[in-house]
Ligand binder design. Structure first.
Ligand SMILES: Cc1cc2nc3c(=O)[nH]c(=O)nc-3n(C[C@H](O)[C@H](O)[C@H](O)COP(=O)(O)OP(=O)(O)OC[C@H]3O[C@@H](n4cnc5c(N)ncnc54)[C@H](O)[C@@H]3O)c2cc1C
Ligand SMILES: NC(=O)C1=CN([C@@H]2O[C@H](COP(=O)(O)OP(=O)(O)OC[C@H]3O[C@@H](n4cnc5c(N)ncnc54)[C@H](OP(=O)(O)O)[C@@H]3O)[C@@H](O)[C@H]2O)C=CC1
Ligand SMILES: CC(C)=CCC[C@@H](C)[C@H]1CC[C@@]2(C)C3=C(CC[C@]12C)[C@@]1(C)CC[C@H](O)C(C)(C)[C@@H]1CC3
Length: 508
């Protein structure tokens, strides 16, 4: 609030009024966007349907990849003047900031949107990089298959999740998104097309994840699949102290095979709900909760209700579970449509929600951007599980934003950016919202959090802002294999370094 007032005071007259309207009545614009979003979704759906009916996707893949290679060769022929990046505009992506480099670099169109092949014998699905999570679950789940885990926002793309990273509530068993990928197809800086597996070229295979498109263009990915059952039986265990949260989480993590899904939300530093679940094929109808239905309460609010009602369990349709945080963008929607969880709104307009993130980004005004910059934090920090309590207390001292998202994941000791000496259990702590500590300063606070995470031998997810310096960044992420690959693949002129794509200065 204080920052909103300060922001308003700094502008004069008319600007201040417009700013006030845009900040306080953004919901009115967002509601206007809802039908537009719906039309956009329908068009995408019809396009996918036509492609599927014609069965033309796998057939055309080769020529589409050749077209990417042709653009790279053209870049070389023109003298390789600026580095290259994908032509996907920033407003279409899921990261919060807009990349400045998109305006200056040589843009390569990687327009690959199709699911290519489902191989149930090998238990893999081969997809192009712009395939989204929503598209994959819509295709696989009805066929009785699914990804080992599904990063929950519909519009996340396979390319972004491989080149960045992905984590979800089965990650304590399967690791990060890179760990469920078995093969990559890439177009390299010399215009060649390569198929890479752990066996064929381990150096390249392990350096692709977290490389943010700075080693080559991804054109296909083969991902593991697992059999899907119809429902998830989810247990909710309220905890009344940090100590108890730690004990309950560890109890479950000591037997990782017992639960397919483990997730926790902390609603304050002393109160939270731990959720554990497994896929099942039958549900007790009296206990079925179709949380994906548009009139249902936002998932995090539903979870909060178990603090009042005590432990419980229910059955949730698999796809509803996989996309449980989509409708409320975790809890970010309450900042966008404050009354979005009101039953009246849900029954009247819920069927049009959520608005498309890409449309929200496209129509985001300077005033809203300024507000998010000065009075909002969006960070995911990956810390060793042993640092759980210490980290929650640290975040509480610095920002006190709740709910906090807690998602444990297994981090195998493998070459690459996230090199750890031995296999370890980590925890993703997601902090999304308005800081309630008075001395919050976006840069200084984030820098303190980054230093804390680095000291804890943790990692920062890079879709949000990083304020680390180049040296700090290189200390957090092991660049030895990456540097070797950049030299081998002659990337120096072709692509910037990861740091130059993700650092705060590279983004508007
Ligand atoms: C066998 C098969 C093969 C196919 N092959 C291809 C192919 O090769 N290439 C291709 O492009 N298409 C293919 N399709 C078509 C493709 O599955 C769909 O057209 C496309 O996935 C539509 O996805 P959607 O998520 O937008 O649609 P919908 O399922 O209609 O969903 C609409 C929106 O609501 C979200 N949503 C749905 N349910 C929930 C829920 N419970 N909770 C939260 N959000 C939810 C969705 O994620 C999506 O954003 C194939 C389909 C089948 C059956
Ligand atoms: N549950 C989870 O795990 C969640 C994860 N996220 C994060 O969101 C991001 C994904 O968002 P999304 O919109 O899908 O991806 P983006 O378009 O934001 O892409 C992320 C990076 O990957 C690069 N990239 C993407 N596709 C290709 C390709 N085909 N070839 C080469 N480079 C490519 C992009 O390069 P370029 O800049 O050149 O376009 C960019 O640097 C990830 O960073 C992920 O960590 C967000 C929410 C939830
Ligand atoms: C690893 C995990 C689970 C990450 C979850 C991250 C989400 C909370 C992020 C991803 C995309 C994200 C940054 C986004 C936003 C909020 C936080 C999101 C949903 C919003 C909707 C906030 C409002 C903004 O005006 C704008 C619309 C630009 C963004 C879009 C992306």
């Amino acid at each position: 609030m204080a920052v909103q007032k300060a922001a308003a005071a700094s502008s004069s007259g008319f600007d201040a009024v417009v700013e006030h309207i845009l900040i306080h009545y953004r919901w009115a614009f967002v509601i206007l966007l809802l039908p537009i979003s719906l039309v956009y979704d329908v068009l995408l759906y019809v396009r996918s349907w036509v492609v599927f009916q014609l069965s033309s996707a796998p057939h055309k893949h080769g020529s589409k990849v050749e077209n990417v290679a042709k653009q790279v060769r053209q870049w070389r022929a023109e003298g390789a003047r600026q580095p290259m990046c994908t032509a996907r505009p920033s407003w279409q992506t899921m990261s919060f900031r807009r990349a400045k480099y998109k305006k200056t670099m040589f843009a390569v169109n990687v327009n690959l949107v199709d699911i290519l092949d489902l191989n149930t014998e090998r238990r893999t699905v081969r997809v192009e990089p712009l395939v989204t999570m929503g598209q994959l679950t819509a295709t696989l789940d009805p066929l009785g298959w699914t990804l080992p885990f599904v990063p929950e926002l519909d519009d996340l793309t396979v390319g972004g999740l491989v080149m960045g990273t992905g984590v979800e509530t089965s990650s304590h068993k399967y690791g990060l998104f890179q760990h469920i990928c078995v093969a990559y197809e890439l177009v390299l800086a010399d215009g060649s097309i390569v198929q890479v597996t752990k066996e064929s070229d381990p150096d390249l295979f392990y350096s692709v994840p977290w490389s943010y498109g700075t080693l080559g263009f991804l054109t296909a990915v083969e991902i593991k699949i697992v059999p899907a059952l119809r429902f998830v039986k989810l247990q909710y265990e309220p905890v009344r102290s940090l100590e108890e949260a730690d004990t309950v989480l560890r109890k479950h993590l000591d037997h990782p095979e017992e639960n397919e899904f483990i997730e926790a939300l902390m609603f304050s530093k002393d109160e939270g709900v731990v959720m554990t679940g497994n896929m099942v094929s039958c549900a007790d109808w009296g206990k079925l909760n179709e949380i994906g239905r548009c009139h249902k309460p936002w998932f995090f609010e539903h979870v909060r209700s178990f603090l009042r009602s005590g432990p419980g369990f229910e059955y949730i349709p698999l796809r509803d579970y996989q996309h449980r945080h989509t409708r409320s963008f975790f809890w970010e929607m309450k900042e966008i449509i404050p009354f979005g969880n009101n039953p009246l709104f849900r029954y009247l307009f819920g069927w049009m929600t959520p608005p498309k993130v890409s449309l929200l980004k496209l129509t985001q005004t300077q005033a809203v951007k300024k507000l998010y910059e000065s009075n909002h934090i969006i960070q995911d920090m990956l810390v060793p599980i042993e640092k759980f309590k210490e980290s929650v207390l640290f975040f509480d001292k610095e920002v006190a934003v709740y709910p906090l998202w807690l998602c444990p994941f297994r981090l195998p000791s493998e070459p690459g950016m996230l090199r750890v000496p031995k296999d370890a259990m980590y925890l993703d702590i997601g902090v999304y919202g308005v800081p309630t500590r008075k001395d919050f300063d976006p840069k200084e606070t984030t820098r303190r959090i980054e230093a804390f995470v680095a000291k804890a031998k943790g990692f920062q997810m890079l879709y949000a802002d990083t304020y680390t310096t180049r040296d700090e960044f290189r200390q957090m992420f092991d660049h030895s294999l990456y540097d070797k690959m950049r030299a081998r693949l002659k990337c120096e002129k072709a692509f910037p370094e990861v740091y130059d794509k993700v650092c705060r200065k590279a983004r508007d």
